[in-house]
Design a binder for this molecule. Structure first.
Ligand code: ATP
Ligand code: MG
Ligand code: ZN
Length: 462
């Protein structure tokens, strides 16, 4: 009989502590520690009982087909999952409340069920009627999806195990509502969330069922966040976006069956999430080319190049310590670029408030944005717009050197497709093979970028 004991568990990262404190030492989250009843750990060591011999096989083996995947036909979703859902795999999709997780999964499940794949959608949050209403609103009311409103993991597992026709895809919306009755803690706590997921994954793996868990991202630490589950599942996707913008980005942050950092772009419309075929055009749609402080970055998200607008505002500050605010990029990275521009190019920015925004609510992570940010900052501080048809990419080092980034040709190709006519890119050691997608100015130091302004190569507005 396992002994139970009380413990203090961080609801954000799952670490256990011997006593309560206001801040978790492991992840620095505040007010995230709650008391939980946990099953006492297994007895120390292996004891006397002998294990069974496990069968060892060769790596080469008789390789069966590559993973046969369940392809939904929703292109953006399939790409982010690495080409479809793998049977027996577990996928976690996290996101802020109301961002559209249930909508996306309902659409995916309906699409798949129409391809003779048995799909079960278990909702722990909404009633059957609510799910049906959503399906009708999305025009999917007739899809052969099987629904259940359930929260008891034992019942769900039993249903999967006792059915004659095997289930191919099981959606659990959301894992924080699931509970196992032998555990004392409330649904949503780390112990419940982790154990529930483990049980469902175990049952799914033995039957080759692909499982998708919805996980809420919470700030207040009342319920356990997806971080607690990230190690247990094969794939972690985040569904993100500004609620005020209509488009949403599905991003793979971990994938055992495909590339990470792959993104899918959707637009939230009344008929549900609509795939965006050409995200670059969407992100640049409202760009004002004549505004100072606006540059275009040729970014790479996963395997796909995407053009986004970088906006900078530089204004004299009335404060002792000027404001620096960043949306969609790393604030530390901005501080670094500002310091490099000051020390290596003699730009005067220290007395200025600086605001930086990646337009459209997308978040950029790669250092290739450095050069576009530097261009936007120089343009903003001088009040002069950049040439309208130019794109930028390149990493900037502390000495002011401009470093090469991955896939320059792909980025240039995308820019050329969208009508851009010139590019400022890192100088390369060897000439790029084949015919370049467009003429590009290669620079080795940010000073050369600043010189382009001084040399009046940049168009001036009257
Ligand atoms: N009647 C409607 N017409 C158009 N859009 C709607 C309608 N109802 C909901 N929506 C959109 O769907 C979004 C909610 O989607 P959904 O319920 O899939 O989100 P969720 O991430 O599952 O949320 P939760 O965290 O509450 O489960 C809303 O933010 C809204 O934009
Ligand atoms: Mg939901
Ligand atoms: Zn923590």
């Amino acid at each position: 009989m396992a002994k139970t004991q009380r413990n203090f568990v961080c609801q954000a990262c799952g670490s256990t502590h011997s006593k309560w404190s206001g801040k978790c030492e492991a992840c620095n989250e505040w007010n995230s520690i709650a008391e939980e009843v946990v099953q006492a750990s297994a007895p120390k060591g292996l004891g006397k009982k002998r294990g069974r011999e496990i069968e060892l096989v060769s790596l080469a083996g008789s390789s069966e087909r590559d993973y046969p995947r369940h392809v939904t036909g929703i292109g953006e979703f399939d790409r982010v999952t690495g080409g479809g859902l793998v049977p027996g795999s577990a996928l976690l999709i996290g996101g802020d409340p109301g961002i559209g997780k249930s909508t996306l999964l309902l659409q995916a499940v309906c699409a798949l069920s129409r391809k003779n794949t048995r799909c079960v959608y278990v909702s722990g949050e909404e009633s059957i009627e609510q799910v049906r209403m959503r399906a009708r609103r999305l025009g999917l009311g007739d899809a052969p999806v099987e629904l259940a409103a359930a929260v008891n993991v034992r019942d769900i597992v039993a249903t999967m195990e006792n059915t004659a026709t095997p289930v191919s895809l099981l959606v659990i919306d959301s894992i924080q509502t699931m509970f196992i009755d032998t555990i004392d803690s409330a649904p949503g706590t780390v112990t419940q969330v982790r154990t529930s997921a483990q049980e469902i994954i175990r049952a799914a793996k033995t039957r080759g069922i692909a499982v998708i868990f919805v996980g809420h991202v919470t700030k207040d630490g009342q319920i356990a966040g997806p971080r607690v589950l990230e190690h247990l599942v094969d794939t972690v996707l985040y569904f993100e976006g500004e609620r005020s913008h209509q488009f949403r980005i599905l991003r793979a942050v971990k994938n055992r069956f495909g590339p990470t950092d792959e993104i899918g772009v959707f637009e939230m419309a009344s008929e549900g999430l609509v795939e965006v075929e050409n995200p670059s055009a969407l992100f640049l749609a409202q760009r004002n080319q004549d505004a100072a402080g606006s540059s275009v970055l040729a970014a790479l998200e996963g395997t796909r190049p995407i053009l986004v607008e970088v906006q900078a505002l530089v204004a004299p500050s009335s404060l002792g310590s000027p404001r620096r605010a960043v949306l969609g990029w790393d604030p530390n990275r901005l501080a670094m670029i500002v310091a490099v521009l000051e020390t290596r190019c003699g730009l005067q920015l220290s007395g200025c408030d600086i605001f930086l925004n990646i337009a459209g609510g997308i978040r950029i992570q790669e250092p290739a944005a450095d050069l576009a940010v530097a261009a936007a900052l120089i343009s903003a501080s001088q009040g002069r717009p950049l040439p309208p048809e130019s794109v930028f990419f390149g990493e900037i080092g502390l000495a002011g050197e401009v470093r090469q980034v991955a896939q320059p040709d792909q980025r240039l190709k995308e820019a050329s497709k969208l009508g851009f006519r010139q590019a400022v890119i890192p100088a390369g050691k060897k000439k790029r093979a084949g015919s370049p997608a467009m003429p590009a100015t290669e620079i080795g130091h940010v000073q050369e970028l600043a010189d382009m302004f001084a040399g009046r190569q940049i168009r001036q507005v009257a």
